[in-house]
Design a protein around this ligand. Structure first.
Ligand code: UD1
Ligand code: CA
Length: 475
């Protein structure tokens, strides 16, 4: 149910200088989704009446990501005045008319914070009757965060940014998580009074604490129960830390849902992946995008699947696959490379050192060894010989190969597309198939073999080969 008295403002206008990246910070990915998408997902869970996202740096890219994650979110453009305080100020101007209640401010770069923690924080804020509340934490390393300055009586006095802090203040272990709840009217009134006179020349939202206190309003500091939830991402090291923490949660979630995951430390699963009970995942596996794996399938070791659909009881070993569909009971790998458009039928096989692309390989059909199969359709129950190449590209256009059902092709064939091999046909080893092969035919086009007797003795006398031939007695 929607909470009509709650608006969420997500701050995502900053550049994220410390990432040293051409990509805006909040668009760097975590478990397959942009950082800001995680914050938007949490905001959605809170069922706020309004969610607003403040953007400026790389405005269109960030706005697109926000809308993709939460289409209802209101995009707010921050002007050239810098700082988190200004970001909230412009958001308030964009708040739909008639709203009255609490404004929950979230940083777009704090992705692990969950809705349950925020609900507790909101309840504490609302229950305490303060004009504003700040979620705080004691982190093992407070470097870079704003510090929470408490008065002699323990009450919250102000927040000081590290860059503006005295030596004593830098030593404070309690930090500002960047999460705040404010009653709308107090926030509106006091924000206007905040200036940019600080080390960074920015309008700091953190100055709201002192501003509210100076106006005689109560402001409370609410410590978070699980400090790791509020760690912000400012550089790539923090990005990797957050990714590892989120991945550990995702892995554990699937384990508790019946998935065997042998090695959580080397298994990486995007939030967008779906796994059935009794799937088994072996070490070194990455499951990404819209990948789904059905029950009984075994994935890995050392396998990357992007947007793949894996059927029941299939096995996929030491494989790299994108946009591939693997049928029930089928087997892939080891060392297979499946490119987009690969569809392997039930109980089929794509084996060792095989590359496929836009290839539909029918039920029980096999491409077991050392082949490239592209722009190809194979019927049911066929076997494609070791070392087969579909020559699908004539230098200008791509052409397709069609192999029928119950076909047996020889080793080391080239299928020069466009070409069709009929049902039940055979091809000899080493055949370069340039013409269609009718059903039930054997195609061969290698030159007949000639053996020139005594050639080694005549032309390579005195060699080990000549001696071995002579000693073999059947020269
Ligand atoms: C901010 C807080 C700090 C707190 C920390 C928690 C301020 C002044 N400082 O510092 O006390 O400990 O978060 O993670 O608020 N943003 C805008 N517009 C701007 C500037 C920033 O929308 O003009 C957004 C950024 O995109 C980011 C968030 O606000 O998502 C925080 O900005 P950032 O520059 O990362 O602030 P911190 O230095 O981390
Ligand atoms: Ca930050």
């Amino acid at each position: 149910m929607t909470d009509p008295r709650l608006a969420v403002v997500i701050l995502a206008a900053g550049q994220g200088t410390r990432m040293k990246s051409a990509t805006p910070k909040v668009l760097h990915k975590l478990a397959g989704l942009p950082i800001v998408a995680h914050v938007l997902a949490t905001a959605r869970e809170l069922s706020a009446a309004h969610v607003l996202a403040v953007v400026r740096h790389e405005r269109d890219r960030v706005a697109d990501a926000v809308s993709a994650a939460l289409p209802d979110a209101i995009i707010v453009d921050q002007d050239e005045v810098p700082g988190t305080g200004r970001a909230v100020e412009v958001a308030l101007e964009a708040l739909p008319e008639g709203f009255d209640g609490d404004v929950l401010v979230l940083n777009g770069d704090v992705p692990l914070l969950d809705a349950a923690t925020l609900r507790e924080f909101l309840a504490a804020h609302r229950g305490g009757g303060a004009a504003g509340s700040v979620l705080t934490a004691v982190l093992p390393d407070p470097t870079g965060y704003g510090r929470i300055v408490r008065g002699a009586d323990g009450s919250l006095e102000r927040i000081v940014e590290q860059k503006d802090a005295s030596e004593d203040e830098v030593a404070i272990g309690e930090i500002n998580t960047g999460v705040y709840a404010f009653g709308l009217s107090g926030l509106r009134d006091r924000l206007a009074s905040i200036t940019t006179s600080n080390a960074q020349g920015e309008k700091y939202l953190t100055d709201m604490v002192a501003a509210l206190r100076d106006a005689g309003s109560a402001v409370s500091a609410v410590p978070v129960a699980e400090p790791w939830l509020v760690e912000g991402i400012n550089d790539r090291a923090q990005l990797a830390d957050a990714a590892a923490k989120l991945n550990a949660l995702i892995v554990r979630g699937w384990q508790l849902n019946g998935v065997t995951i042998q090695d959580p430390a080397t298994t990486w699963i995007d939030l967008t992946v779906t796994l059935a009970p009794d799937v088994e995942i072996l070490p070194g596996t990455q499951l990404q995008g819209a990948t789904t794996v059905a029950t009984g399938a075994v994935i890995g070791p050392d396998t990357t699947l992007v947007d793949c659909e894996i059927g029941e009881r299939a096995t996929v070993k030491r494989t790299d696959a994108t946009l591939a569909v693997i049928g029930e009971g089928a087997s892939v790998g080891p060392f297979s490379y499946l490119r987009p458009g690969t569809v392997l039928g039930r109980d089929g096989k794509i084996g060792t050192f095989v590359e496929t692309k836009n290839a539909r390989i029918g039920e029980r059909s096999k491409v077991p060894h050392l082949s490239y199969i592209g722009d190809t359709e194979v019927g049911v129950g066929s076997n494609v010989g070791a070392g087969t190449i579909t020559a699908n590209y004539d230098g200008v256009h791509k052409h397709s190969t069609v192999v029928g059902s119950h076909v047996r092709t020889g080793s080391h064939n080239v299928f020069v597309a466009p070409v069709r091999i009929g049902d039940g046909a055979y091809t000899g080893a080493g055949t370069v198939v340039r013409k269609d092969v009718p059903a039930g035919s054997l195609a061969i086009n290698v030159a007949p073999q000639r053996n020139i007797a005594g050639w080694v003795a005549a032309n390579r006398p005195g060699t080990d080969a000549a001696r071995a031939a002579a000693e073999s007695g059947d020269e």
